[in-house]
Design a protein around this ligand. Structure first.
Ligand code: ADP
Ligand code: MG
Length: 453
């Protein structure tokens, strides 16, 4: 190989840059250092074992393809993991026998952690996979990875506090950190102001600097509070220099925090930044199933799917819906049904079900369920499956809308009202014995109801 490892890797980077999001590029590819090259492999240095595993699991094929393109042969990638001093940090010695329990309970009170927030009950999805993996790596070796600080950012109710606290709980439980402190930027600010008032700034500093793991929630509230930022900057540095772990959460990306001192922002950005996005439908379903199971609630999949389909942006609301549903059902002493779920949703989303669906909605949805195009339903075609879908759509229009038979007929390619009457009769007759048809009716109605929110 007559090129240098630097040149070759630089070419790889150029290609990679265009193929992954900027954040991914900065986080995973920028820190890689090319070391050596021979006929068979390019050796690169990565900052930690976790880093190596993440790249292997997520980008192995991409890197292989890029290497192939750049080198023109099947050059392999080999890793060399740097171990910083911190990586060798060992867990603190266990507490003497018998005192363990007391020790951990005492710690929990002082840590301000809520035991409810654990990794075990944090449901993983595409939206949080990276943040969760980084959080786990940190809990296993606080201060011992290159991810310091870890900044978790994302919208309201998406699990930032849960993850931050899970790091604290796990570190205490596994003994990877002895002193853990969870706080919010607001609490930090208030305590700081009080310490000035009461002449206790030294105690304040000591309190925050005397930990192995500091978790600060919602750092966006530091915005525009200059002297608190100054104080936090010093706390941050003291901990950082002592190899202690810092975890921060924020409702927006660090670079979008305005009203923050530049030097503080650059500290925030020096570690690892991981975002949490809103969960997709599958993840929302999984979260609800998990919560229901946790609370021992018997609830059918239909209802779970119904809730998950309608509450889309926020896990806290999703949880709230489940809790409210439970309260409704026990207060009124009724089973949890889709109807009850609708009532709950109506309260949460504040929209009403009273508006009726339109003829067009029914035509489209029936078409979707029966695998027939909307235009075929309206058209003149006589193929059996088309006729069947058309009749069903007419029947549903009579059932679900306030339109007259004449109006319905007009919407179906200008057909006569007697055609509609006939269609309804055919469907009603078939419903007696055709279970496929009954299932299809159910599906169309279900889809239409969900669509109404
Ligand atoms: P944030 O701090 O981002 O506003 P929280 O961490 O307070 O959000 O999460 C809101 C609620 O949703 C909490 O009760 C939390 O346990 C729950 N939650 C969020 N994400 C998940 C998840 N992936 N799995 C299980 N529960 C979750
Ligand atoms: Mg929070």
């Amino acid at each position: 190989m007559n090129t240098s490892p630097e040149r070759l890797w630089e070419e790889c980077l150029q290609l990679l840059r265009g193929r992954v999001p900027d954040q991914t590029f900065e986080t995973w590819f920028k820190p890689i250092k090319p070391l050596d090259i021979d006929q068979k492999k390019l050796t690169v240095q990565v900052p930690s074992h976790f880093f190596y595993e993440w790249i292997e699991n997520h980008y192995r094929e991409l890197i292989a393809a890029v290497l192939q393109k750049v080198s023109g042969n099947g050059l392999k990638l080999a890793y060399s993991v740097v171990y910083t001093e911190d990586d060798h940090q060992v867990a603190p010695p266990p507490a003497p026998m018998g005192s363990n329990q007391v020790f951990s309970r005492q710690q929990q009170v002082e840590s301000y952690l809520n035991e409810r927030y654990t990794f075990e009950n944090f449901v993983e999805g595409d939206n949080n996979e990276f943040a969760r993996a980084a959080a786990l790596a940190i809990a296993e070796a606080p201060g011992g990875t290159s991810f310091n600080p870890l900044v978790i950012y994302g919208g309201v109710g998406l699990g930032k506090t849960h993850l931050a606290q899970a790091i604290g709980n796990k570190s205490l439980q596994d003994g990877t950190a002895r002193r853990v402190l969870y706080t919010s930027s607001e609490k930090f600010t208030i305590e700081f102001i009080n310490s000035i008032k009461n002449n206790k700034t030294t105690e304040f500093s000591e309190h925050y600097r005397n930990v192995d793991l500091l978790l600060v929630d919602d750092v966006q509230f530091f915005q525009k509070k200059e002297s608190t930022q100054e104080q936090f900057f010093h706390t941050f540095n003291a901990l950082y220099q002592a190899g202690k772990q810092i975890v921060l959460t924020s409702d927006r990306a660090p670079k979008e925090l305005s009203g923050m001192e530049e030097r503080l922002l650059s500290r925030f950005q020096a570690g690892l930044i991981a975002d949490i996005q809103p969960p997709d439908l599958e993840t929302r379903i999984a979260i609800l199933q998990h919560k229901a199971q946790e609370d021992g609630i018997e609830i059918s999949y239909d209802i779970i799917e119904f809730l998950a389909a309608n509450i889309t942006s926020n896990v806290r609301e999703l949880e709230g819906a489940l809790i409210r549903l439970l309260a409704f059902s026990s207060l009124s002493n009724t089973d949890i049904t889709v109807d009850l779920a609708k009532r709950v949703l109506r309260e949460i989303i504040g929209k009403s079900f009273s508006s009726s669906v339109s003829i067009e909605d029914i035509q489209r949805t029936t078409g979707e369920v029966m695998g027939v195009g909307e235009s075929e339903i309206i058209g003149k075609g006589r193929k059996q499956e088309v006729a069947r879908a058309r009749q069903l759509a007419m029947y549903l229009c009579r059932e679900m809308t306030h339109s007259s038979l004449k109006t319905i007929g007009l919407h179906f390619g200008g057909r006569d009202h007697s055609t509609v009457v006939h269609a309804c009769k055919v469907v009603e007759d078939k419903m007696q014995k055709d279970s496929d048809l009954n299932q299809q009716i159910k599906s169309v109605k279900h889809k239409l109801e969900i669509g109404q929110f």
